[in-house]
Design a protein. Structure first.
Length: 230
């Protein structure tokens, strides 16, 4: 049940757990995966590049499942808001009004999560059908599509990476904006899982770890089954 926070739910610094371990591990695993994917592509380590692509697909699938049945702050239904809520949040961010810290993703950040998941899915998914410059080697499914489709997949693969770079830049700029303008540190809670919230704020429900493991197992099994069909 979700209810008022109690002193037991706060640590010695008065902080409350808002991010569960699965969300935090997903966040940093995706950061490492994307960075390593870029490095392996630059170094022409294509076998590792492919493995990292499969890992990215598994991560996206896990996050979608966790967004449906995970902890309160992980659920799409809790942080995806309408245009009015997004505009109100932006207005409040740029105003001099007292800052209202969010329990989880704010309305703007919630849609950024969806955009990021979509771009990673497009990046990794297009890689499954991508062919190299010579047309001899590519993703595990490139032989099952036409040459034109494989070339289009390659174009989308590079385009989505460029869009991901833009998204990462916007994300870093937004985190800096919250810190400098509103003195709201968003990085710390994604490391520790905790942040200070006003008294009386509803405590987010934390889903059991076994549910996260089940979601991860399903995601890995789905990727394994997909590759078995290649």
């Amino acid at each position: 049940m979700v209810g008022p926070l109690t002193e037991i739910e706060r640590d010695e610094s008065g902080r409350v757990r808002i991010w569960d371990l699965p969300v935090r591990l997903f966040h940093w695993a995706l950061v490492l995966s994307l960075g390593a994917s870029w490095a392996t592509a630059e170094l022409d380590m294509l076998d590792w590049h492919k493995r990292l692509g499969y890992a990215a697909i598994a991560l996206v699938l896990f996050r979608i499942l966790w967004g449906l049945i995970g902890s309160d702050t992980a659920r799409f239904s809790r942080f995806l808001k309408g245009p009015g809520a997004v505009l109100d949040h932006v207005r409040h961010l740029l105003s001099r009004e007292p800052w209202r810290p969010e329990v989880g993703h704010n309305p703007l950040g919630g849609w950024a999560v969806v955009a990021l998941l979509a771009l990673v899915a497009l990046q990794a998914g297009s890689g499954l059908f991508t062919v190299d410059d010579l047309g001899f080697e590519g993703g595990p499914f490139f032989e099952h599509v036409s040459e034109d489709t494989a070339k289009e997949a390659r174009r989308l693969h590079f385009l989505s990476f460029d869009l991901l770079l833009v998204m990462v830049g916007v994300h870093v700029a937004a985190v800096a904006l919250y810190l400098l303008v509103k003195k709201d540190n968003l990085v710390g809670p994604m490391l520790t899982g905790r942040r200070v919230l006003p008294d009386g704020t509803a405590a987010p429900r934390q889903a059991p770890a076994v549910r996260a493991l089940a979601c991860l197992a399903v995601a890995i099994a789905a990727v394994w089954a997909m590759l078995a069909l290649a």
